[in-house]
Design a protein around this ligand. Structure first.
Ligand code: MLT
Length: 402
């Protein structure tokens, strides 16, 4: 814990936002900061949730689903996730473990693998990968000169490499975190790029922890929605995903992680078996009510409603992207992801973040918060009401046109 350099990024930003509000009590703050959903959970999904809650008030319902566990999630949910989201891949329901979300699973995974593992991350990346690695004892200290934790390999992803890293840096890594569509850059990896990643991991014996939390935002047919579309991925990759961004479950909490049967340690033992043991020890199963809602997400009406929700946020992303572009900025992402990654080349990203907040009362996220290679960028989240997104676009144009 003492190695950590700062508080977790998003609470830090919330603290700065609150301080700004205290100084400017009339400010009408718009948050394009943390990627938190704003639109209500669609009715076909809340109907499923209400039914799951009501069932807990009956004798039969309670005895069927009211108690502890199963730690891996209800069979029906696991089966439906496998059938609806992993059709055509080698994944079966036994590989799918429901949980309270990807962030929690990432921490538990880093605990399970034991301290001192060699870890590689895209730089910039979702801060939970690095911070949880440090907390679980995978790092040996912080190198101030390069602003990186030791024993973690940072693979820079910038405009110069089209936001896909030079993977050779990760050849000796035991665990490689890879997020696509990427948080924060918004870049979605192509089939060819993911094939390169999988082939390297198979060759060097690394395990990929693939974060697919934003895969529903992918529109480009050349970009897979799951890593298991790539042959051999079931032998080297864990995939974690969530209903948070698809259905507005950021508060409700329901995700899942896939541990394929074919994924083995070098001694031939099963990674999935260890995960089963891990979850049995550290988790009592996702909330019954959240699992009822998750099942409703995967009905025809639920899937259609999630599609509409994703389309709504994608339109927000398009508005933000267009706004910055019309003002003359270089902008990345925002097409296959709900994040717009704006370049302020040569400038300190915390300084830009503060300037945006001071001039427009808009909260963004400074790129450096995601890793040293994120400096020079700010991230704008497309999760917001349309009214707020349009108003944010207006304020930005007023203060930041070049
Ligand atoms: C983010 O804003 O980067 C994430 O959405 C926060 C999260 O998923 O924990």
């Amino acid at each position: 814990m003492a190695q950590l350099k700062a508080g977790y990024l998003f609470p830090e930003i919330a603290r700065i936002r609150n301080a700004h509000l205290e100084k400017n009590p009339d400010a009408k703050i718009i948050s394009l900061g943390i990627g938190d959903t704003t639109e209500p959970i669609p009715k076909p999904i809340t109907d499923g949730m209400v039914a799951a809650a009501a069932a807990l008030g009956t004798k039969e319902g309670y005895s069927a689903k009211g108690g502890y566990g199963p730690e891996a999630g209800q069979m029906e949910l696991r089966k439906t996730i496998a059938e609806k989201l992993y059709k055509g891949t080698p994944i079966t329901y036994e590989d799918v473990f429901a949980s309270d979300g990807s962030k929690c699973d990432i921490s538990r995974m880093l605990q399970m693998f034991g301290s001192g593992r060699k870890i590689a991350v895209q730089d910039p990346s979702y801060p939970a990968y690095v911070d949880s690695s440090v907390i679980m004892g995978h790092s040996t200290g912080f190198n101030d000169a390069v602003k990186q934790y030791e024993n973690i390999t940072y693979m820079p992803c910038g405009a110069e490499n089209d936001f896909f890293p030079d993977l050779s840096a990760a050849k000796s890594a035991e665990l490689i975190f890879f997020c696509s569509p990427n948080n924060p850059t918004g870049a979605a990896a192509t089939r060819a790029q993911l094939t390169e990643l999988v082939n390297q991991a198979l060759e060097s014996g690394s395990i990929i922890i693939y974060d697919a939390a934003y895969s529903a935002f992918v529109g480009n047919p050349d970009c897979p929605k799951t890593i298991y579309e790539i042959p051999g991925a079931e032998k080297c990759a864990i995939e974690t995903c969530s209903f948070s961004k698809y259905a507005g479950f950021t508060g409700l909490r329901l995700g899942w992680t896939v541990f394929p049967e074919a994924l083995k340690f070098s001694d031939g033992s099963s990674v999935r078996q260890d995960w089963t043991r891990m979850m049995g020890t550290s988790f009592n199963g996702a909330s019954t009510v959240a699992q009822g809602a998750g099942l409703a997400c995967l009905t025809d009406a639920g899937l259609a409603a999630m599609g509409d929700m994703v389309a709504f946020y994608k339109e927000n992303a398009a508005i933000l992207k267009r706004t910055w572009e019309e003002m003359g900025y270089k902008v990345y992402g925002g097409t296959d992801a709900p994040y717009v990654w704006v370049s302020f080349e040569g400038r300190d990203s915390w300084e830009v973040f503060t300037e945006i907040l001071d001039k427009t009362d808009i909260v963004t996220t400074p790129g450096a918060g995601f890793g040293p290679a994120g400096n020079g960028y700010v991230r704008c989240s497309a999760f917001g009401s349309r009214e707020n997104i349009n108003e944010a676009a207006r304020r930005l144009k007023e203060s930041f046109s070049k």
